[in-house]
Design a protein around this ligand. Structure first.
Ligand code: NSP
Length: 217
């Protein structure tokens, strides 16, 4: 079995809570109150800033030019991803400058600093284990919404769904998965256990991030 599939299976309860969170299901059906979506999306802008820093760290930790290039390409794809956030916020009359000055929610701080800490103190494989649930999860969420045909034709969140279902995002997520696979190729069992622990923790952080959107905290 591929390592990523193994890691998802090893965190299965949390993974299901992540992919099928109440926030996701309401967003998919277009019934999520706009105030919850706005809170989530604004915090996600801050999240993506720190998430990009994690790939900067991955460039620094790279052992090969190929690994450096892979990390640098993800930074590029995040710059495309935040265009979605900027365009939604523009519709709501919120400027980029205002976004940058927002106060970070505890869930955002906890998640992003955890990822960066894994990278600062751990191996490149450990950093990717902290990074991967973000990309693999959103790719799966958008596929799940489309496969189950959950989204009605007038869904105000269709642009969000389409963004994560797009070939560009799906490809970037697959590349992150492939890098993690490659980094885990020759690791020991105890290293794999550490990778699993990090992957599961990051998945729990994703659940907390959706919940933050619902709780408005
Ligand atoms: C919290 C979170 N997790 C994942 C993604 C997808 N890059 C995101 N934008 N935000």
């Amino acid at each position: 079995m591929l390592t990523c599939q193994q890691l998802i299976q090893g965190s299965s309860i949390h993974w299901k809570n992540y992919i099928e969170h109440h926030f996701v299901l309401q967003l998919a059906q277009g019934t999520l109150p706009i105030i919850n979506f706005q809170h989530y999306l604004k915090q996600d802008y801050l999240y993506l800033f720190h998430y990009s820093r994690a790939f900067g760290l991955a460039v620094y930790k790279a052992d090969t030019f190929a690994q450096m290039n892979a990390a640098q390409q993800v930074v590029q794809s995040i710059l495309e991803e935040i265009e979605l956030h900027i365009s939604y916020c523009k519709e709501w009359g919120i400027s980029k400058e205002e976004l940058q000055q927002l106060s970070e929610s505890p869930a955002c701080i906890a998640y992003t600093r955890y990822v960066l800490d894994c990278g600062m103190h751990g191996t490149l494989a450990e950093l990717y284990a902290a990074i991967a649930p973000c990309a693999l999860g959103y790719a799966e969420v958008s596929r799940m919404i489309n496969e189950r045909q959950l989204s009605p034709s007038n869904n105000p969140y269709q642009k969000w769904i389409d963004n994560y279902a797009s070939p560009g995002f799906q490809h970037s997520a697959a590349q992150i998965g492939a890098t993690l696979e490659q980094l885990c190729q020759f690791i020991t069992l105890s290293q794999l256990q550490k990778i699993q622990e990090i992957f599961t923790t990051a998945t729990r952080m994703e659940v907390a991030f959706w919940q933050m959107g619902l709780d408005l905290n």
